[in-house]
Design a protein around this ligand. Sequence first.
Ligand code: EPZ
Length: 416
Amino acid sequence: MEKIVVKGGYKLSGEVNIDTAKNSVLPIIAASILCGDRCCIKNSPRLEDVNVICNLLRSMKADIEFDGNDIYINTRNMVPIEPNKELVGKMRASFFIMGPMLARFRRFKTALPGGCNIGSRPIDLHLKGLAALGATITQGHGYVEATAPKLKGNRVYLDFPSVGATENILMAAIFAEGETIIENAAAEPEIEDLAAFINYMGGKIIGAGTDTINIIGVNSLHGTTHTPIYDRIEAGTFMVAAAITRSKIKINGVKQEHLKPVVAKLKECGVIMETTDNGIIVNATEELCPVDIKTMPYPGFPTDMQAQMMSLMCTVPGTSLITETVFENRFMHASELKRMGANIKIDGRIAIVEGIEKLSGAEVKASDLRAGAALILAGLAADGITTVNDIYHLDRGYVEIEKKLKKLGAEIKRTI
Ligand code: EPZ
């Protein structure tokens, strides 16, 4: 099994270019089902999750070709057969095809989704929303099926601003009769990007990126070409890489407005952040101080940056409280950080971190995508060698992270 080996203690310098966002590209690929036409998603990151969702659509007769980082998808010949169960089980986002398949084919059956083990990850909000649009939902034996003669627009209130549920319901509503209003919707930039893609195809979506989204049903969509937004979580991960090594680097391609809570927290910690025309200069050469973090739905502090910030707080003398409000089991990286000498106490949804002078390199294991990134960041600052195992989690969401860090001056390599 591949692993990443890091020798700690090296400063970083130079510039890093951020890829487009996995959490934008995945729902956009799902949305291409709606048009039954040819679409091009440009500059897509070559990630395992992108391969999985493309193979999922291919298993239902979509034509998909890669030309470098551009993905050419023609969903004209797609059929609503049950997608490959193994592929569905690999990734939570595989469930994002439910909405568009139901909208276009009026019926769809799929195995329940898999994904990271950061929580139970139920789909009740997805199903409640689809049912509100008139779908009949049946579940059993690990499968869920939705059928609908014709979906009808409705007002849907989400008990929690779920990203996936917002995306699934939004896509299901595209051809529904009349208007759909999603209230308490998730407002992440990736949802705004998905809505932009669908509107370029001829959809009528207003308010994406706010907590209330209006969708006016249309009869059909046509193909389009779209370049997704940059990956704010990858950018945030590199911001923490600069902070944890007390370095100064430039991060190209990130929109500061998509990372306000992360930039604000790093500034509070003592990191100097300077916005440039196409990115951000992160300068962490000064003494840093501990900060408290509480993850919230967007525009709050992103849960996908919690693990990375915990690694940073382990290296900043003093006490920081990290509260994870979005997922119920997203502190698995804490036990691995403790193997590196970190002083962390977990009390339910709160982690109490006592920063220490120096972490020590150790053999550790990635439990999920962002935990893997957090352990690499900790290795950059640790004394000695850190080996991160199970890095297949990382390859789901980061394109060659070790090569980007090496280019910035880290002593890091991928080995078998
Ligand atoms: C998306 O997952 C992202 N994945 C996650 O990124 C991200 O952490 C998450 O949103 C929150 O921002 C993709 O976009 C592919 P949710 P999603 O539905 O849609 C509960 C990464 O690292 N919930 O917003 O699955 C759920 O249990 C990944 O890139 C229900 O209760 O997240 C969780 O506690 C990890 N019922 C909370 O909502 C439902 O029907 C947030 O989940 C749906 C969700």
